[in-house]
Design a protein around this ligand. Sequence first.
Ligand SMILES: Cc1cc2nc3c(=O)[nH]c(=O)nc-3n(C[C@H](O)[C@H](O)[C@H](O)COP(=O)(O)O)c2cc1C
Length: 352
Amino acid sequence: MPLRGALHYGALPLSSRYLLSPLAGFTTLPFRRIVRRIGGVGLATTDLVNSRALLSRNERTMQMVETHPEDRPFAVQIFGSEPEIMADAARMLLEHGVDTIDINMGCPVNRIAGAGSGAGMMCNTDSTLKLVQTVVEAVSIPISVKMRLGWDSSQLSAPFFARQFEQIGVAAVAIHGRTREQGFGGTVSLPGIRAVVEAVEKIPVIGNGDIRNVADAARMLKETGCHGVSVGRAALANPWIFRQLVEWEQTGSYAPAGTFDERLQLMLQQYTCLEERHGSERAIIRFRKMAHWYLKGMKVPASLRHEFQGARTMAEIEALLERISQQGPQTGDRDALPDMHIPVPNGPLDKW
Ligand SMILES: Cc1cc2nc3c(=O)[nH]c(=O)nc-3n(C[C@H](O)[C@H](O)[C@H](O)COP(=O)(O)O)c2cc1C
């Protein structure tokens, strides 16, 4: 099946059909900026933001909706269960200069789904349609909804919701091809995503889940007929994936992902974005967790990883990255993709 035409969210044109999927705690502004610099990203979204916290202008929440000229077009993802609060949050985001707003209808964790937000919205048709319609009517910018296939395998309600959403003016639907009950286990159902594509008339459907490389994306596009795909966890291990996808679409082939040294350069760029915003003292503290995790995935020896945690200034960070580059990875080759382990909730669902 040929690829669909250029992707639009309502009147908002997107430069590619390859989107960065939100990963709370990871797809922060510094990460989004470096992925955008590499190229190929049609749209990137903030982590899910609490609509009530947004209205109270909670400091941490306001930081979550910060953006930068490099980070355009810019989407904020909100969650909540009260239509008027969600609509007020949307109005506030419009004033804030956001290009498009995504409603989270897929988050499986109890704190959110149990309170009727996130995936919990899949359990209540009338109140969900009312909430989404209230948000759509509140603002002039496009509204999208990101959801799962359904609550469990006996209630695959995503096609129904997608059709209803289109009728009330939603501009796009993103669909993670698992049920809430599956959490992050099992496999993504391409027929399930396809059923959503077939349920709508015109609005774009974005397929999501388990895309690790160009071949996986090509398969999802071909087998589901979706208009675009969004990539989450694989973008952390391979931030070049969006550029590869665009190259593949345009030429049929694509350049390999960046090397070990290019990854180190990206780390420095990510740190620099943090320092620009927060100053070195706070930037270093914020960067430690991310740096540890990058360096571990890149098989950097524990002693150097440890030293990195003690770095205090940009000059120390640069000197350490230089030494890490000279030493190279402990195992594997310098060009292999790192094996990044992204923590996902696991264990019994009622404990999430
Ligand atoms: C650590 C983590 C955080 C996530 N945070 C969000 C979030 O804030 N909003 C959201 O809609 N989905 C969130 N997701 C789901 C992802 O966006 C995506 O739907 C899912 O990981 C499947 O895509 P992938 O296999 O490409 O990662 C999160 C997933 C993970 C693993």
